[in-house]
Design a protein around this ligand. Structure first.
Ligand code: KMH
Ligand code: ZN
Length: 275
């Protein structure tokens, strides 16, 4: 099996300090959380940003500040900004971070119910985001919340809008989308095309079981406060790094080595040193 890429989704758009006091929000806090997560084994930082009131924003100025703070802190992991933002945001608002030419960015592959809201990703939006990323040589992480989302991604590929290397993120357990279970994980993985790489993320209490099954199936793993705020039942996680280091520890015990940021770039076909 190839080495394990661990993504730390350190902040998200929905979680609040009321949910977990240790949630990083400011650029400085995000940079600190990113560095700790990298030291614990993360090679991708999935990034959302917040304004001064802690509200989710896709404003490029906040992303710029967070990118700078993260890089100044010595983080070498791939910084993967969200183009999903929060449910209800317009496409113009969401696409802003691609202007920073990150190595990767998320590309959400279908409209789903998202808690009480609707997360809109119709095909025109997906095409626009894919074209924008292709033009800038940004690797899209194809976020799939439902099996049908995988087929939407394959349609984009057929239309020539995706790079040669396809990388998926299977997100299981969003309230309103496909629930997390081992059966559903296997079902989605079997739909992926040959040669694609994939990460999986379980929401809430499914974070750890999804991570454990995924690492043994040859997939890559995403953990962090965006998806889950607990270390175990009733115990809030102390940090994103705590969640990352548990996955790294289990993987090593099970014989799966952890990818460094530069190894992750090779696995994902991202050119080293690309800005
Ligand atoms: N916050 C969700 C509505 C992404 O980062 O691309 C969307 C999301 C996916 O988090
Ligand atoms: Zn996200």
């Amino acid at each position: 099996m190839e080495k394990l890429i661990i993504t730390a989704a350190i902040c998200g758009a929905e979680v609040t300090r009321e949910d977990n006091l240790n949630l990083p929000l400011t650029a400085t806090e995000l940079a600190e959380a990113a560095l700790e997560a990298e030291k614990a084994g993360a090679s991708i930082i999935h990034l959302h940003v917040r304004d001064e009131g802690g509200r989710a924003t896709q404003d490029i100025e906040y992303f710029k500040r967070a990118f700078e703070a993260i890089k100044e802190n010595g983080v070498t992991a791939i910084i993967q900004p969200s183009t999903g933002g929060a449910a209800g945001m317009s496409w113009e608002e969401r696409i802003q971070p691609v202007d920073l030419n990150p190595e990767m960015a998320t590309l959400d592959c279908g409209t789903v119910n998202f808690g009480d809201g609707i997360f809109i990703n119709d095909l025109p939006l997906m095409r626009r985001f894919a074209e924008e990323m292709k033009e800038r040589n940004i690797l899209p992480e194809l976020e799939c919340f439902e099996a049908g989302n995988i087929y939407n991604a394959l349609l984009l590929e057929k239309e020539g809008l995706l790079p040669d290397h396809l990388h998926f993120d299977l997100v299981l357990g969003i309230p309103g989308a496909l629930p997390a279970s081992v059966k559903n994980l296997l079902f989605m993985v079997e739909l992926l095309p040959d040669g694609a790489t994939w990460t999986a993320a379980g929401i809430g209490r499914w974070q750890l079981p999804v991570a454990m099954h995924t690492m043994m199936m040859g997939g890559h793993v995403r953990v962090g406060f965006e998806d889950n705020i607990y270390y175990k039942k009733g115990v809030p996680a102390e940090s994103n790094a705590q969640l990352v280091s548990r996955v790294a520890r289990i993987a090593k015990e099970a014989g799966r080595e952890i990818a460094s940021p530069s190894e992750a770039r090779k696995i994902l076909n991202i050119r080293e040193g690309r800005e």
